[in-house]
Ligand binder design. Sequence first.
Ligand code: AMP
Length: 931
Amino acid sequence: MNDFILFPPFPISFIPPPCISSSSQWEEISGVDEHYTPIRTFQVCNVMEYSQNNWLRTNWIPRQSAQKIYVELKFTLRDCNSIPLVLGTCKETFNLLYMETDEDQGSHFREHQFSKIDTIAADESFTQMDLGDRILKLNTEVREVGPVTKKGFYLAFQDVGACVALVSVRVYFKKCPFIVRNLASFPDTVPMDSQSLVEVKGSCVNHSKEEEPPRMYCSTEGEWLVPIGKCLCNVGYEDRGSSCQACRAGFYKSLLGNVQCSKCPPHSFTHHEGALHCGCEKNYFRADGDLPSMACTRPPSAPRNVISVINETSVILDWSWPEDTGGRKDVTFTVLCKRCRQGQRVCEACRSNVRFLPRAAGLQNTTVTVGDLLAHTNYTFEIEAQNGVSQLAPTMRQYAAVTITTNQAAPSPVTVIRKDRTSRNSISLSWLEPERPNGIILDYEVKYYQKQEQETSYTILRSKGCNVTLGGLKADTSYLLQIRARTAAGYGASSRSFEFETSPDCKYRSDPTILYTVEELMGKGVTLISIIVTDRFCGYSKSKQPDEKRLHFGNGHLRLPGIRTYVDPHTYEDPSQAVHEFAKELDASCIAIDKVVGAGEFGEVCSGRLRLPSKKEICVAIKTLKAGYTDKQRRDFLSEASIMGQFDHPNIIRLEGVVTRIARGTILVILAPHASFCLFSPGKPVMIVTEYMENGSLDSFLKKHDAQFTGIQLVGMLRGIASGMRYLSDMGYVHRDLAARNILVNSNLVCKVSDFGLSRVLEDDPEAAYTTRGGKIPIRWTAPEAISYRKFTSASDAWSYGIVLWEVMSYGERPYWEMSNQDVIKAVDEGYRLPPPMDCPAALYQLMLDCWQKERNNRPKFEQIVSILDKLIRNPGSLKITANTSSRYYTHLHLTFKLSTLTSESHPGSQHLIQVLYTSTFNLQALNPDL
Ligand code: AMP
């Protein structure tokens, strides 16, 4: 805050002579500020007399909707040492008090009805010399009062003998102001007095609909947080900032959603606002499936350049695309066949047996073959180009026509042949006349041969009619046969080959013999196969089974040569083998148990001391397993030691050893009686002994020391955690439950990562919640991909690190406050991220945001996090730039209000209950920067 300079300074006579007795000594005095703007101050300076009790009271201030009130005072205060001849009565403080009432009590005033808010002292007092330099030191102090519940209140300033000038008083409360977010409006909301957030439902703005119910939270600081859900502009309306506005004429919007209105497509228009789609111009149309975004179109013009090539009774028609496709791509062609008899003007439709290849309608190519026409006949073909809107405009349809005459033609092939009778040496057949005889059939030619002779020798017969009997054939033999018709125009094409068999001499043996053989074979085969499979399987499983214990490397990362890799203790068949591979067995008589310091999932956590032979005594934490544990609990409990024992890093909690057996006659030292909780069941004793961390878990440590650390101290702690995590990720260990509650702090503020284990970690964490896919996950700390498909990696640990960073910078605040887990998942998925904690350096907030990248490969590696924090530590000035918190809003209860100076009856010598000496109005506007 800048010093406030008053010109001219108060004259020396500002210090009043010690003469006032009964009435209040507050005086309203005019002055000017450094800009020569006139201001009014209230001053009192009765430092020469004992027992001062001078009151200054505001008028009644209606509370409005405030729950918690802030009072900002600006004042100057004279340093007692600088006042000559004071008799030891001079004070350097005054009191701020308040009283709540439901109505204005006018000038009634009783001192004892006021409650004290605080004693106000100056950060900067001024001396006579300062006055000589014409500088008065202006102090600004803010106090909170709340919850306030009555309709209004008074503030009062009690002077008990200081030399003070009150320059301005500003009274305000905080609120989340009316706002439109995601097209939903949220009303002015006053935050709760307590720490909790207020959930507010938004209402969709005019001409919009809810996509998902819009909600936001109002924080105690008057900030809107975590927008969830949204509204979408109706059809015909577009999103213009914070409202949905109708599309202008010539524009349309056919979909619900926050897209902009589009210009009407070609050949369409709207003359009104808010159009859902545009109408078509005259002679332009939209087909049923056409989207509103498509241009209006019209039927195509006629095909061009029709060419016909006649081949006997068929014709190939070929044409060019129409000049105008009507603006569409779905052009097809339809060919209409008409038979025109000579001398007749009106043509008739062709017989239905005329064949079109590939078809008559819906042709996509510009050619068609028309067959099975009559020989020597006139035909007219009308070829029409059509598109998706041709049906809508029958009068606009156009076609091209061509007339042809077919030639003489041979008969078409015989297609239907029937076997009437067979014997050992003969077969009788009959057939139907060809579909298109193209003239009078003179006779049929029947050609046949033995199938196995492949047409090398054949026999030909001629028949006038449509049947024949073939004799002299071999018994039990296959024959092939073809028939063709003959007219004056010659032979038609042959029919396809027709196969028949003459009857056999005798019967075959029945099939079951074969079946039997197959079954037998199959039986053997099955046995054979299963033997092979089993054999192979067993052979494989015995000889090729990998040594899983050695191959299982956490998350499967490729490890750098030379760096030790974490070994999952669960891959050991016997967990006590793992624990003894990685942890030292301690002699219980070397441990002295001191007191209980915490409660773990499996039993008490105690502090104590460990003195190993020829080693210095050290403080240790001793984790114990409750009596009556199951085998699984013992395994899980010890798995933490097996994991911890593999690590050796200053920021990872160090394992001293385990106690899994106690020799008979071992003496256990218990230093305090209540520490006997730490005793395990005598049958199978289990203890995990780690280094002792005097300050316990980081979350409770931060809450206990709210706002007490410097930026550098906090960054130092964070650097330690990041360094521990870098070590773990290099080892291939994924923590999965990194959170401030799982970090321990020692007496030197060194932070160490703790709480290891695999499934155990999450099962035991009270923050862990079941996800829809099953399994418990500490939602608020966990990366989205780990929540949705259990993709736990060092990158998901980096996300959690970002949350720990936020917890540290907000001194143990709960991430996402009281939001439900479901809301957290949704908000994070929609891109919401936690806001910067109060006074958080911008560089640290940026690091948090980087750790919370949705794409996990974009998150920083722990290596990078450590180096970022190292840079900040080397350059502490960079911590001074704080992240912008979103603007906060304050509502002023009274921009200006009257102050009344009062004396109360209780004051010695006072005549009246209340005596109003004078009232004055502060010039508050000039001093009232609106936050
Ligand atoms: P844990 O079962 O590891 O979550 O531990 C439960 C509680 O015991 C922690 O929250 C700490 O308060 C305390 N505690 C655990 N380990 C230690 C330690 N090494 N030094 C000091 N306190 C510890």
